[in-house]
Design a protein around this ligand. Sequence first.
Ligand SMILES: *[C@@H]1O[C@H](CO)[C@@H](O)[C@H](O)[C@H]1NC(C)=O
Ligand SMILES: *[C@@H]1O[C@H](CO)[C@@H](O)[C@H](O)[C@H]1NC(C)=O
Ligand SMILES: *[C@@H]1O[C@H](CO)[C@@H](O)[C@H](O)[C@H]1NC(C)=O
Ligand SMILES: *[C@@H]1O[C@H](CO)[C@@H](O)[C@H](O)[C@H]1NC(C)=O
Ligand SMILES: *[C@@H]1O[C@H](CO)[C@@H](O)[C@H](O)[C@H]1NC(C)=O
Ligand SMILES: [Cu+2]
Length: 306
Amino acid sequence: MALIPLIIAFSAITHTAHGHSSFVRIKTDGEWHKPLQYIRNKTSPYDELKFYESNFLYRYYNWPTYIIDRPESVRCGRDNMNHSQETEVLSVRAGETIEIAHQREEPSSWTDDMFYNCTDDRGSCFHIPGWAQDFIHPGPLLIHLSKVPNGQDIRTYDGSGEWVKIHTLGLTNPRYDQPLNWTLYRKDPPHLTFKIPAQTPPGQYLMRMDVIWSGATNEYIHIGDDGSLAQMYPTCAQLNIQSELKAEFPKGVKIPEIFQPLEPGKCMTTSWDMMNNLKLDENYTYPGGPLWNGEELVIDKPVVLE
Ligand SMILES: *[C@@H]1O[C@H](CO)[C@@H](O)[C@H](O)[C@H]1NC(C)=O
Ligand SMILES: *[C@@H]1O[C@H](CO)[C@@H](O)[C@H](O)[C@H]1NC(C)=O
Ligand SMILES: *[C@@H]1O[C@H](CO)[C@@H](O)[C@H](O)[C@H]1NC(C)=O
Ligand SMILES: *[C@@H]1O[C@H](CO)[C@@H](O)[C@H](O)[C@H]1NC(C)=O
Ligand SMILES: *[C@@H]1O[C@H](CO)[C@@H](O)[C@H](O)[C@H]1NC(C)=O
Ligand SMILES: [Cu+2]
């Protein structure tokens, strides 16, 4: 099967050192917590167990995850279940604003000045000359919550239950007749803040943080039935959400199923032109299922200007 060698060939062009990143830091109540505090670590390097004919097994910390990887890797990062016990649980209030920060360096080379005293009260900084805090692939930031099922504990919960999207940061002022402007792509990003919806019922939750690059198919890059070029960079925080409300948490989606590339409506595969930021596919919605605004689940589509 020709699938994986093509992904590698493609990756060789797009994967520069220090290019990719993972979300490794959280700010609550005006305070940045330590790197990886409350966030499940990943194992690096890591050998992905193959499901298909993959010969692209080992990955470093900030390397992409593909849909053909282990379901656990797609949910919360490579080998995250081997790090869940050692991860603390962060108490937050429903309605509270959270900020997150990403890091491009491999953890083994982290130094304090990559995290502390960053300008503009950022949670991470890059001290490589010429590198800003941008993201090197066009795609949306997606935040999902998964409520730990009754009778389970967050430290042993693998995320195989349902996930509800609570935040998307995608295109700035999209138009069908204009090139795309992804808010996080190749520019200094805004502060990555969002609210835990005030209506979130109390309990333990995994919070998945990812910037997804949807892939394309065409006659040159032919991928077969099982995968796409879509790249994911997930990590998960362990939260204990506090609330007085007894509201219902809406019905969610399953991961990795919602990221299957060739299923209609999931938008993990785009047109070649959209992947190259030339145009917006008319049927494009942000991946990862509908968005919960605290009141209802809405179709998560870019608001297109006339
Ligand atoms: C996280 O994992 C990386 C790579 O596996 C390791 O180098 C690092 O020490 C770990 N950090 C923490 C805080 O556990
Ligand atoms: C699981 O994690 C422990 C320590 O965090 C590490 O020593 C071990 O190598 C990990 N297992 C795998 C399969 O990487
Ligand atoms: C950050 O700034 C504080 C106060 O100016 C200083 O004490 C500390 O050493 C600095 N930390 C780093 C990693 O530069
Ligand atoms: C893209 O959006 C950013 C804001 O996210 C804005 O500052 C910039 O001017 C826009 N670029 C173009 C070409 O419209
Ligand atoms: C969007 O439409 C194109 C044809 O214009 C199709 O190839 C693609 O599969 C559709 N995408 C989704 C997510 O339905
Ligand atoms: Cu990449």
